[in-house]
Write a protein that binds this ligand. Structure first.
Ligand code: NDP
Length: 456
């Protein structure tokens, strides 16, 4: 046993920190965890989980309408945002409790309040006391980034604020075109807000496969999202409830609320990192090696604070690998390639592996694509389409990437990621029998390489 107060001090009880603490405690380490907000972190409290609950809520609107095509008559539906918010809050309280119980059951000690480093082997707690630790794990996550100090920027809200709204604004302007911007634009519009998405680029989701970007940019308006591309917000006037958003194009948009979803930055300010010998990069992220170790030998970091791949399952895997390596005698490195992900717009996107553009810059590729009207849309009258794309290395027949736009894409991509990770070839896909009638069967029945330009 070390001569320190604890073996491991974890700062931050989010996805990465909780997993690391639980596994390390399970290996017999004396673990203490500090959290300044609520247990569960961004994902559980103000990210993935409440977002997905709101996405589910938003999808009913179209379902009620489409039911008529299948013979149902549905009375005029009525939506109460406050009821959704209350139900969401209740579920998050339940989940937070489950996270807390799991942590405590593992033997870790939880301390409320902010902890900051005092050198490489000590932290100062909110009550002023000092705890020494053989190792410190920083898992403090990131927060929304709102750029520059434009006039009226005090009116800007972020995704954190949306989860606190008690009523649905009649109109909202959202700046940004990344995951968060498109997901909230899609769900708020489907719940009934008039949404304008202001993008500085010409289309959404930079970094995604071009066909996915094109499909989502083209389809968001069907769900009620107005897109203003090639514009930025120059200034904001008014007050919440009666705002004028002035664009660089000279246009002005009237709205009740304005939200920025323009990226996230690591929560490293004021944490005592420099004093402890922990270096951060230009973006403020903690520099770590493949074992998540910082430039101070006793300090490690996992999750969004390291700005590697900022997704919950990655933070969890990093936290678990840290505990296995340091306390379990099982050296484990996290493979940050082939991370599948989904964008929960409606329709949604699921992606794994290389985009067509990335693959073409590395090798000769064959591309398979299909674009069809899902069976459900034939009777429902929905304009939704499904687009699937498989990127294959010509020389080896290996599947390098799969990209899906359409209902169920997130669920499909999880399973496809196993095949892609195992090195599946296009022939393996072809040899797999279809499940009929499904949308996913198209993934194993695409026979002819795509030779044209964009998907028609
Ligand atoms: P992203 O980095 O995905 O997107 C940021 C967006 O903001 C881009 O469209 C970017 O435009 C735009 N932007 C940046 N700076 C400015 C500026 N000064 N003025 C105008 N626009 C600007 O960040 P998000 O906030 O959407 O998400 C953060 C992270 O959270 C993601 O990287 C992702 O890892 C994670 N996340 C994952 C989800 C999922 O898996 N479903 C859901 C939500 C979040 P441009 O493209 O022109 O640079």
């Amino acid at each position: 046993m070390s001569g320190y107060d604890v073996d491991l001090f974890v700062i931050g009880a989010g996805s990465g920190g909780v997993r690391a603490a639980r596994i390390a405690a399970g290996y017999g380490a004396r673990v203490m965890v500090a959290e300044e907000h609520r247990i569960g972190g961004t994902c559980v409290i103000r990210g993935c989980v409440p977002k997905k609950l709101y996405v589910y809520a938003s999808r009913f609107a179209a379902e009620f309408e489409e039911a008529a095509g299948f013979g149902w008559s549905v009375p005029e539906p009525h939506f109460e945002f406050a009821a959704l918010k209350a139900a969401k809050d209740k579920e998050i309280v339940r989940l937070e409790g489950a996270y807390r119980a799991n942590l405590e059951r593992s033997g870790a000690t939880l301390v409320p309040g902010r902890a900051v480093l005092e050198g490489p082997n000590a932290v100062r707690l909110a009550d002023g006391s000092r705890v020494t630790a053989e190792r410190i794990l920083v898992a403090v996550g990131a927060h929304p980034f709102v750029p520059n100090a434009i006039k009226g920027c005090g009116l800007v809200e972020t995704s954190n604020d949306i989860f606190e709204w008690e009523s649905l604004p009649k109109s909202v302007v959202i700046a940004g075109g990344g995951y968060i911007a498109v997901e909230f634009a899609s769900l708020l519009a489907r719940l009934g807000s008039e949404v304008t998405l202001v993008l500085r680029a010409d289309k959404v989701l930079r970094g995604f496969d071009e066909d996915m970007r094109n499909a989502l940019t083209a389809h968001l308006p069907y769900g009620g999202v107005r897109i203003v591309a090639g514009a930025e917000i120059a200034s904001i006037d008014g007050r919440v409830g009666n705002i004028a958003v002035n664009l660089t194009t000279g246009d002005a948009i009237a709205c009740e609320r304005v939200v920025y979803a323009t990226g996230r930055v690591p929560n490293t300010a004021g944490l005592g990192l420099a004093e402890a010998g922990v270096e951060v990069d230009a973006a403020g992220a903690i520099r770590v090696d493949r074992a998540s170790r910082s430039t101070a030998a006793s300090v490690y970091a996992v999750g969004d604070v390291t700005n590697r791949v900022n997704l919950t399952p990655v933070a969890i895997r990093e936290g678990h690998a840290f505990a296995d390596t340091v306390y379990g005698g099982r050296p484990t490195e996290v493979d940050h390639s082939l991370v599948p992900s989904a964008v929960f717009t409606t329709p949604e996107i699921g992606s794994v592996g290389l985009t067509e553009g990335q693959a073409r810059s590395r090798c000769e590729v064959t591309v398979y694509k299909t674009n069809f009207r899902p069976m459900k849309a034939t009777l429902s009258g929905s304009v939704d389409r499904t687009l699937m794309k498989i990127v294959v290395e010509k020389a080896t027949d290996r599947v390098l990437g799969v990209h899906i736009f359409g209902e169920g894409a997130g669920e499909m991509i999880q399973c496809l990621a196993i095949a892609v990770r195992m090195g599946a070839t296009k022939r393996d896909f072809d040899m797999t029998l279809a499940v009929h009638p499904t949308a996913a069967e198209e993934l194993v029945t695409m026979r002819t390489p795509w030779e044209g330009g964009g998907v028609t």
